[in-house]
Design a protein around this ligand. Structure first.
Ligand code: AMP
Length: 199
């Protein structure tokens, strides 16, 4: 079995495949790219939708992928039977906390309400200084365009400090997304991360 790598990325993505084939192609490309780079994947543990394509492509490329799935979703989200490692937890909150603890960075692919909820919780935890790990959105086929237009509006209307825009990096290609993560320099102090003096 592939040993757990030193660097692991949590991938957040849909439990459905979406309507554009570009979405599952992206999930598969990411699974292979991380496996080839010796980077481990932490994800929600499902075998369906984008999550299933991510896991199957990573495993086919002999990569490392671990799943964190709540007991209540084990059957509903068809827990993947062949992961490098699987954790069954008691709640959605336990899942997110464990995914945060076990990963060094986050990549968000297209997904639905669950993906949005998870991504925004990670982003707001960064805003609160709970972690200083990078999060990059791979905006496949412009799927998240309107969301980021809205985020700009939130900044323009004074609800989100402009400095906090850095907690979300948006990229249109896989290479840019991976470069963002690998070139990330973790801030040395919490104040620097939060830009407290600028907000
Ligand atoms: P979706 O994007 O709706 O297909 O969901 C993607 C993943 O997010 C699925 O594994 C869901 O179980 C998960 N999810 C949905 N809601 C939550 C939540 N409140 N906390 C953590 N994970 C969630």
């Amino acid at each position: 079995m592939t040993p757990r790598p030193a660097f692991n990325i949590c991938v957040l993505c849909g439990s459905r495949p979406g309507s554009d084939p570009a979405y599952i192609q992206a999930a598969e490309a990411l699974g292979v790219a991380l496996a080839e780079r010796g980077i481990g994947i932490v994800y929600g543990g499902s075998s369906i939708g984008m999550m299933g394509h991510l896991a199957d492509s990573c495993l086919a490329a002999e990569g490392y992928i671990e799943g964190v799935i709540p007991e209540a979703l084990f059957l509903k989200e068809s827990a993947h039977p062949r992961l490098s490692q699987r954790f069954v937890v008691q709640s959605m909150h336990a899942r997110k906390t464990m995914m945060l603890d076990r990963s060094n960075a986050f990549i968000v692919l297209p997904g639905g309400l669950g993906t949005l909820e998870e991504a925004f919780e990670i982003i707001t935890w960064a805003q609160l200084g709970i972690h200083a790990k990078p999060l990059a959105v791979w905006n496949v086929a412009g799927y998240y365009d309107e969301l980021f237009t809205f985020l700009q509006k939130s900044i323009a209307h004074g609800f989100v400090p402009a400095a906090h825009r850095k907690f979300v990096a948006v990229h249109s290609t896989l290479d840019e997304t991976l470069n963002h993560i690998t070139q990330w320099k973790t801030p040395t102090t919490l104040a620097k991360w939060l830009d407290r003096d600028q907000t």
